[in-house]
Design a protein around this ligand. Structure first.
Ligand code: DGT
Ligand code: MG
Length: 372
């Protein structure tokens, strides 16, 4: 919660999960500058530094109005000397020399270009940079050196880096819902990620699938993908099986599941979003599977969209929903808050009391907590 104090300063909680998360950002210029610094640190493998700049940016996003003077920030948490220096520069000059130098550097630009390819992380991007590659065409010349995922990422690069609108996310949610219900009546599909936080657009569509009868969800993803593929909705997909070890038989501390990644069965996919998949027309430059390429024409009626499908057992669904709603900083701080302040371990599967050695389950966990 943030409370405006009389002398133009604010009281803002240090944990992101304890402060307001408004959609409008009143300090875009400042947060963009800090996020460039965070990105640059991430590209250099300095994760702690990157996190510090991301936290500083997150704090500014919680403010109810635009910052005018650096002194207004005195009471705010998570703002280090470096962040304050950059903020002051931007407030005084409208820009920061350090940030501009980064944005114009060859390395930053190449790393940014490459990491925006679906399936490319910092390590690969850095390796390509070291090998002297600078453009997408440098990569297109060596397709054999790319994974299937990266090849699809390159083919659909422009579409995948164009924001997905809420209406498109909801349309994809509906298509998936129909396929899921055909394969398993009673199963549900929930739109999560940034759209669940109310954002009007995002970089992908995150969908959680579950069924109220525990166990029914097993084997569902494969069927749903086959159904969607048959209808021509998929330009690319790869299924990753569930690697979560059940906690049913043990109350062991789930220490190996403390990371932000989870172990649910999932499908990373690229959808073909068009009026109707059969009516999709050939797009300029982008290759499409022949089953969708029905007619040729100058205009383009389809768009490639990144979609993550995640299947969760019903008892773990609340934790998955919480974990996949984001934002990333909110999730990190929620886990940190759980551990430091509540002595609990939270991840996208479970909530575990470290001192009582107890796993909270849903719905049993919720009922147990209610009874107390
Ligand atoms: P966007 O798509 O750019 O509008 O932004 P978000 O907030 O939807 O971010 P996204 O799609 O990368 O991820 C959604 C949330 O899900 C985010 O808080 C992080 C979380 N998340 C992403 N991947 C994983 C994962 O593998 N496991 C878990 N537990 N959470 C994940
Ligand atoms: Mg998302």
């Amino acid at each position: 919660v943030s409370v405006e104090k009389p002398q133009d300063t604010w009281l803002v909680a240090a944990y992101a999960c304890q402060r307001r998360s408004p959609l409008p950002n009143n300090n875009q210029l400042l947060t963009d500058a800090l996020e460039t610094l965070a990105e640059e640190a991430h590209f250099c493998g300095h994760e702690g530094r990157s996190l510090a700049f991301s936290r500083a940016s997150s704090v500014l996003k919680a403010l109810p109005r635009t910052v005018r003077r650096v002194q207004e920030l005195d009471s705010l948490p998570c703002l280090g000397e470096h962040s304050k220096r950059v903020i002051q520069e931007v407030l005084e000059d409208g820009t920061s020399a350090e940030v501009e130098t980064i944005r114009q550097s060859e390395k930053y630009q190449a790393m940014k270009l490459f990491t925006k390819i679906f399936g490319v992380g910092v390590k690969t991007a850095h390796q390509w940079y070291q090998e002297g590659r600078r453009t997408l065409d440098d990569l297109r010349g060596h397709p054999a050196q790319l994974s299937k995922e990266q090849q699809a990422g390159l083919i659909h690069y422009e579409d995948l880096n164009t924001p997905v609108k809420r209406a498109d996310a909801e349309a994809i949610g509906q298509v998936v819902r129909e396929a899921v219900n055909k394969c398993l009546p009673g199963a549900s599909v929930t739109l999560t990620g940034g759209f669940r936080r109310g954002k009007p657009s995002g970089h992908d569509v995150d969908l959680l699938i579950t069924h109220p009868v525990e166990g029914q969800e097993a084997g569902l993803l494969k069927k749903v993908i086959a159904c969607l593929d048959q209808q021509g909705f998929l330009l690319y997909h790869s299924i990753h099986r569930n690697t979560f070890e059940s906690l049913e038989d043990s109350d062991q501390e789930p220490s190996s599941h403390a990371s932000s990644m989870d172990q649910y069965e999932r499908c990373f996919s690229i959808f073909c979003l068009g009026d109707l998949p059969g009516d999709a027309q050939e797009g300029a430059g982008a290759e499409k599977p022949s089953r969708v390429r029905r007619t040729s024409g100058a205009s383009r009626f389809w768009k490639a969209v990144r979609v993550d499908l995640v299947v969760t057992p019903y008892s773990q669904f609340p934790f998955a929903l919480l974990g996949w709603t984001g934002s990333r900083i909110f999730e990190r701080d929620l886990r940190r808050f759980a551990k430091r302040e509540k002595k609990m371990l939270l991840n996208s599967h479970t909530l575990y009391h470290l001192e009582q050695s107890r796993v909270y389950r849903f719905p049993q966990g919720i009922e147990r907590m209610r009874r107390k």
